[in-house]
Design a protein around this ligand. Sequence first.
Ligand SMILES: [Zn+2]
Length: 276
Amino acid sequence: MKKKIGHLVMWVEFGVLTILLARFCAVRIGENVEGIRGFLVQKQENTESISKKIEKEAASDKVIGVSDGRDGRTEDTPEDTSEDTMEGGCQEKKKVALTFDDGPSSKYTPLLLEGLKERGVHATFFLMGKNIEGKEVLVKQMQEEGHLIGNHTYNHVQLDKISKEAAKEEIEATNQEIYEITGVYPAWLRPPYGEWRKNLDFYVGMFPVLWDVDTLDWKSKNVDSIMRIVKNEVEDGAVILMHDAYQSSVDAALQIVDLLMKEGYKFVTVDKLILP
Ligand SMILES: [Zn+2]
């Protein structure tokens, strides 16, 4: 009898232990399930935040100007919506790029931006780093209104006359100034005096942009002279060099736009000329 009771106690103890063990396991499994669920929720949140980030970046891509087609156009920026085709055929419109060096200028850049906006035209501005301070609003305006912003070195240095390290510093300091305002590192660079050091593009990771039509606007400061040069030299695909540093340049630039638009030209930023 005692033996039977002993066995019974043993079985009861075994049963209790089994129940305890089962409950313990259930709790642990539950914890694991909770843990996995938490992990999955976190993962989903991460995925959501990543996709939100991508969406945000995609949206901001619409207002930045770089070489891969992101030319900085905003939804509300007026632009030439006319067809790229000539009447009665599939021939593309002639393209031309207006470029302005040495800015921004607190006096003349706003006038130029206003005139370009009225005409729904985008230009390319190659900024000097040292001219940016105090004119951040203008740089932001250029970006918001769909213009392309490029680099013209910090101090207007001749890049083949200094070491490649010094050239890199000049270029990167300017890129940094522009980046802090626009959130975009420029990809395009206008070398002062048109002088470029061999292979510097690989060293600094930027594309040099020269010109086809030199208006000599800084020299003549004369609208008629500038217009004469443009009329003589402009052709499909031309890059026109100007400076938003003089009233005569602003006046001439807007006249050039009016004239060439009548002649069937479409004004584009330089990235659109080089990478159609
Ligand atoms: Zn210059």
